[in-house]
Write a protein that binds this ligand. Structure first.
Ligand code: UT7
Length: 364
């Protein structure tokens, strides 16, 4: 009998920092609104998004600038200088380094990415190319903000069943190019950003004290219209058309209030489920790593479960919502800041589009 243990962590975020003040020069928003409603102060974005925002902030006619962007690209170019696989690669290299392993020692890779480099093949294939891999199996999930929890559960399951010994698990997102930095897009564009986090899993004996204990996963697709994106999907025919752009159907959509309510409800449920399944109480948990969507969501759930702030970790003021990357980035930073000690019980929980949500419990 065996289980998986995290033996290395890594993260990557682009160098370009966008604070709320820069966004307020592009659209009708303010540092005060964003801070009060979300807790986000700044976020990291791709160099292309950053250049675009600097230009948009200076543009006298912002509508015309955005129209031109969709018509011609930025400065007449449409090829990105950084893709999501670049972030996945950097975070993976850091995780491998911390595990003291080379990529050739990894048996299997699981990545979750919401918005890929290409419609196909998936981001994992592009990541594999960046590593020069020619036969390592790579699975890609598209589980939105819950992506890392689902990917971790997959990696763990493959190890438990004895199929693989070492698995690289990645949550990588480049979301900043997908949103519109305008009044009509402000409800989403101030929240989401770019980043990647990765962990290396290794098989250990089931009796060993440290390792992954359980996962609890759920999906409810009946209200997916509260957070979704048509973009290049086959829900329209053809998937891409000028009419689709003209009809403003290439932008993600969210009903923020509904997502907020669902997130709080599902976080409470899945954390309770995890505790009950393992005969624990909230007091037994040493650190709770929440998906970083909104500080008010985290505070509300923590307060309800009577989890003191000292047992939660937040970094969304620096990075915004990096979707599938947020939990592994939290794990990496919590470790770097000395917030995790040997033997600690760590509960990780995430919620996002789908709606898909889940929690993982592990002992460090
Ligand atoms: O990872 C999972 C994915 N997403 C989430 O977890 C997001 C969950 N939802 C939320 O975090 C919150 O609902 C938001 C932060 C998105 C919004 O906060 P809210 O308190 O629910 O605000 P609201 O959507 O009810 O909007 C309040 C007002 C509206 O104006 P009116 O109708 O009251 O005049 C919005 O148009 O705030 C306006 N608004 C903004 N104002 C300034 C919406 N976005 C902005 C903005 N700046 N960026």
């Amino acid at each position: 009998m065996r289980k998986a243990k995290i033996i290395g962590t890594g993260m990557a975020v682009p160098e370009c920092v966008v604070d709320n003040h820069l966004l307020a020069r592009c659209m009708n928003t303010s540092d005060e609104w964003i801070m009060q409603r979300t807790g986000i102060k700044e976020r990291r974005v791709s160099p292309d998004t950053y250049r675009m925002l600097l230009r948009l902030a200076e543009a006298p006619d912002k509508e015309a600038f955005i129209r031109d962007l969709y018509d011609h690209g930025l400065d007449g170019k449409i090829d990105s200088t950084m893709s999501v696989a670049d972030l996945a690669h950097e975070a993976s290299q850091a995780a491998l380094k911390s595990a003291g392993l080379a990529i050739g020692e990894i048996d299997f890779i699981v990545d979750s990415t919401t918005f890929p480099d290409y419609a196909f093949p998936h981001t994992g294939s592009v990541l594999g190319t960046k590593f020069g891999l020619t036969s390592t199996p790579i699975l890609n999930l598209q589980q939105g903000c819950a992506g890392f929890i689902y990917a971790l559960a997959c990696g763990d399951a493959f190890i438990r069943m004895g199929m693989y010994d070492r698995v690289l698990v990645v949550g990588a997102e480049m979301l900043s190019p997908v949103f519109e930095y305008s009044d009509r897009g402000r409800d989403m564009s101030v929240l989401f950003a770019d980043g990647a986090g990765a962990v290396v899993l290794e098989a250990v004996d089931a009796a060993s004290r440290s390792g992954i204990i359980s996962h609890h996963l759920h999906t409810d697709g009946t209200i997916l219209d509260k957070l979704y994106g048509e973009i290049f999907g086959t829900s329209t025919f053809p998937p891409i058309s000028k009419k689709k752009i003209d009809d403003d159907r290439c932008r993600p959509r969210m009903h923020g209030r509904s997502v907020f309510v669902q997130a709080v409800k599902r976080f409470k449920e899945v954390i309770r489920e995890t505790l009950e399944a393992n005969r624990l109480t909230a007091a037994d948990i040493d650190l709770l790593l929440f998906h970083q969507a909104n500080l008010r969501i985290i505070d509300s759930v923590a307060e309800h479960l009577k989890i003191p702030p000292a047992k939660t970790f937040t970094n969304l003021h620096k990075y915004g919502n990096t979707s599938a990357a947020s939990v592994p980035i939290c794990l990496h930073e919590a470790l770097a800041e000395g917030r995790i000690h040997e033997g600690d019980l760590i509960l990780m929980a995430a919620f996002g589009t789908g709606f898909a949500w889940g929690a993982s419990l592990l002992r460090w």
